[in-house]
Design a protein around this ligand. Structure first.
Ligand SMILES: Cc1ncc(COP(=O)(O)O)c(C=O)c1O
Length: 413
């Protein structure tokens, strides 16, 4: 294995855990789709199954191509071990199930991804796992929410879709004081921008469907943590539930990861420009982006993130209707669910990603009807801004025609 002690992120993203194939010399990772693996003798088989010897034995419990990717992710996150899974939701559910069982309780930050909300409110209770949604931007609120049967604190930072930044160092201290694991969904950041384990978290989860793969053509997730936790997830949760990642998708992610740093830096710089553009626009009521000095956790974000990410959320004047009109008038950005892709994607959380959350609760979380989330792509930032500008201009003119614009905005186009 190559020495990589002093390598920086971009070098690790290319080289970590990878070397030319021992048989063919192939530089890129060979895809090994085999499900079953042969052993020289019965003892060797028993040793591998027992985990006392390196190796793979059956596709549901591990695969050589996936293993390369798992080692790379563990190195990039600074974790002991990692497991690659079939989706971000497989990673989130298995990380929570690794710590909680019937009779237990978990604390979950209040504005989480809709799928996490569904898991915690719909499926986990069927297994006897209770939850509290807590405003985790208040460490005191987290302390207060800890019960004798609490088994984990789960947060997402920055959050989807409001970009709330949570104090990971502070949360890790609160968790440690009660001997609880802090589980962090770091999907929006990737290890390029945020290292929750270095800040004191016990476990990191990712939807690799987003920036880590980065090309919108793979569903995948990762859990990074201690050998014990990952071993348990591999043998008892992912293995038994069949949440494994397959070799071809691992290959695509390995390929995508070689440009992770390059891509993420472009996403960040373009998102900053888009956020500044929207922030200064008279038709925009509010912009949510941690890179704006007006963001409530701007200073905290600078202290724990190397970049502010590629997601910008905002509210247009005129609420839901104006928001929909704006989305419909975009010519380049596509109305779509995912994020972290090369294409700029736009979506309406209240009716799309967070539609399953009852309106009252959603509004309590701050996800209003007029909120729009943009995933800034890799196109030229000028073109992304021009697209938004023409759509905003159209919305304004349409509202003027309807007589809905009472106060003429400063904006003229
Ligand atoms: C922050 C976050 N976590 C987890 C997920 C779930 O990932 P997947 O769709 O790969 O299951 C998403 C999906 O959008 C997400 O945005």
């Amino acid at each position: 294995m190559k020495k990589c002690d002093n390598w920086r992120f971009d070098t690790l993203a290319v080289h970590a855990a990878q070397q030319p194939d021992a048989v063919t010399g192939a530089v890129s990772q060979p895809v090994i789709p085999a499900v079953a693996y042969a052993f020289p003798d019965a003892e060797a088989a028993a040793q591998v199954v027992a985990g006392n010897r390196e190796g793979t034995y059956y596709g549901r419990y591990g695969n050589p191509t996936v293993q390369t990717l798992e080692r790379k992710l563990a190195l990039l996150e600074g974790g002991e071990d990692c497991i690659g899974l079939s989706s971000g939701m497989a990673a989130i559910s298995s990380a929570l199930l690794a710590f909680a069982q019937a009779g237990d309780h978990v604390i979950v930050t209040k504005d989480v991804y809709g799928g996490t909300y569904n898991f915690v409110t719909q499926l986990a209770p069927r297994f006897g796992i209770a939850h509290s949604f807590v405003d985790c931007s208040s460490l005191e609120a987290v302390r207060q929410a800890i019960r004798p049967n609490t088994k984990a604190i789960f947060v997402e930072t920055p959050s989807n879709p409001l970009l709330t930044v949570l104090d990971l160092r502070g949360l890790a201290e609160v968790a440690k004081a009660s001997q609880l694991p802090l589980i962090v969904d770091s999907t929006f950041m990737t290890p390029c921008l945020q290292k929750p384990l270095e800040l004191g978290a016990a476990v990191v989860v990712h939807s690799a469907t987003k920036y880590i793969n980065g090309h919108g053509d793979v569903l995948a997730g990762f859990v990074v943590g201690s050998r014990n936790v990952i071993g348990y997830i591999r043998s008892r949760i992912a293995g038994d539930l069949g949440q494994n990642l397959n070799a071809w998708e691992a290959f695509l992610i390995l390929r995508g990861m070689k440009t992770l740093g390059l891509r993420v830096r472009t996403h960040c710089s373009s998102a900053q420009r888009v956020a500044e553009f929207l922030d200064g626009h008279p038709l925009i009521r509010q912009v949510y982006y941690p890179g704006l000095p007006s963001h409530p956790q701007h200073e905290l974000a600078k202290g724990q993130m190397k970049g502010m990410g590629g997601i910008v959320s905002f509210e247009v004047d005129g609420g839901l209707e104006a928001g929909k009109q704006l989305m419909n008038r975009l010519q380049m950005a596509m109305i779509s669910f995912s994020l972290g892709d090369p294409e700029t994607l736009v979506q309406h959380p209240a009716t799309m990603t967070h539609a399953a959350i009852p309106a009252e609760e959603r509004l309590q979380f701050g996800i209003t009807d007029g909120l729009i989330r943009l995933s800034i792509g890799l196109e030229d930032a000028e073109d992304i801004i021009a697209d938004l500008e023409q759509a905003l201009c159209e919305v304004h003119h349409a509202a003027e025609k309807e007589g809905e614009v009472h106060e003429r905005p400063v904006y003229q186009a």
